[in-house]
Ligand binder design. Structure first.
Ligand code: AMP
Ligand code: MG
Length: 349
């Protein structure tokens, strides 16, 4: 999905995988490893699966990712999303899976009071994040464009969608998480019970390592090229958002990044440098990683206390790590980040 989500730089590095090459590597049939790496969804994808049928499983997963990319690329003129965005205000029938993804994005937009804003695309284009032709738009231009932004303008009824002519959807903040979920389902159809799906640093795990113990997943520092910590996870997704992933320096010397505050049209400045969300539901992780980045620590913590169902590791601009109490014991700070402060987010304030 050429522009469906743009991640430059791997946000989360897996500490344990990549011991083998990018090809099938036969061991005994139950732990036969197949690993493949390729460029898709505008990022580097690596799938590592263990099991007797891992070779066919990984091939099927790759095919699935390609189909998702074909459907949800916001820039590819042949994609289903492109057709929706250029439907000229006319009602359109869409596929079940696309409807499911859009319905989820709209639901999360609502739950996060529009911090997740799936119709932010026209603003994103103006900043040049879709083309790489970066510029700082004028406040007047952003105000005008923001008139066409608002998830409430999207009418989705089953498999029928209707959006006003100037409103355009961008599923970049949720699609990779959803695709991770779909890939996990696909691999399980091939009896895979141990796998890492790495979509540009967004990690979806199946089960544990081949000895059924936790995976150790490194979380990248938003400031330097090291992992500030590792976390032990089993059968979960961990998805990170951060302004460091894609940005440019304007003529004024200021750094402008790709996660937009829908209230202002400017890159979000919430005091957070990165947000990692952990849960069994990849699409939820993806939606919340973006939304929490926009909302900032205080509102994110409030959201977690009210809704639960996920864990989070927040990194503030001044290198403070805030981690939910339910996952804290699984986390350890790396040596490089030994000076960083870690604070636990408690369910009861
Ligand atoms: P993520 O890496 O999941 O945080 O997604 C970031 C991508 O989502 C950006 O590159 C844009 O395509 C899109 N995006 C930017 N700001 C928002 C927002 N406030 N709500 C929804 N999508 C956004
Ligand atoms: Mg996201």
């Amino acid at each position: 999905m050429k522009k469906i989500s743009i991640l430059f730089g791997i946000t989360i590095l897996c500490a344990l995988f990549l011991l083998g090459g990018c090809h099938a590597n036969s061991q005994n049939s139950a732990t036969k490893k197949t690993e493949t790496s390729f460029f898709a969804l505008n990022t580097y994808v690596t799938i590592t699966a263990y099991g007797e049928h891992s070779e066919n499983a990984v091939a099927a997963a790759r095919q699935l990712i390609s189909e998702c990319e074909d459907a949800w690329s916001v820039t590819d003129t042949g994609s289903e999303l492109y057709a929706i965005n250029h439907s000229g205000g006319v009602e359109r029938r869409i596929s079940g899976q696309t409807a499911e993804l859009i319905a989820f994005a709209l639901e999360m937009a609502d739950k996060t009071n529009g911090a997740l804003e799936p119709t932010i695309y026209p603003v994103l284009c103006e900043w040049g994040f879709t083309t790489g032709q970066y510029r700082v738009p004028s406040a007047e231009t952003l105000d005008l464009l923001l008139k066409n932004v608002g998830y409430g303008q999207v009418c989705l009824d089953g498999n029928t969608i209707l959006i006003p002519e100037k409103v355009q959807l961008d599923l970049g903040a949720v699609a990779k998480g959803y695709i991770g979920d779909l890939v996990a389902i696909k691999l399980k159809e091939y009896a895979i019970d141990s796998a890492i799906i790495n979509l540009g640093g967004n990690i979806q795990l199946i089960g544990g390592k081949t000895d059924d113990t936790d995976w150790n997943i490194g979380i990248r520092s938003p400031f330097e090229q090291f992992n500030f910590g590792t976390i032990k996870l089993y059968d979960k997704a961990i998805i990170t958002s951060g302004g460091y992933e894609r940005n440019f320096t304007g003529g004024d010397g200021k750094v402008y990044h790709h996660i937009i505050d829908p209230n202002s049209g400017y890159p979000a400045e919430s005091g957070l440098a990165s947000v990692s969300i952990i849960s069994g539901d990849g699409k939820l992780c993806d939606a919340l990683s973006t939304a929490c980045y926009v909302m900032g620590a205080e509102k994110s913590i409030e959201y977690w206390r009210e809704n639960g169902g996920f864990d989070m590791v927040l990194v503030t601009d001044n290198k403070e790590v805030l981690i939910t109490e339910t996952i804290n014991e699984r986390f350890s700070l790396s040596e490089e980040a030994s000076e960083w402060n870690v604070n636990i987010i408690k369910k009861q304030p």
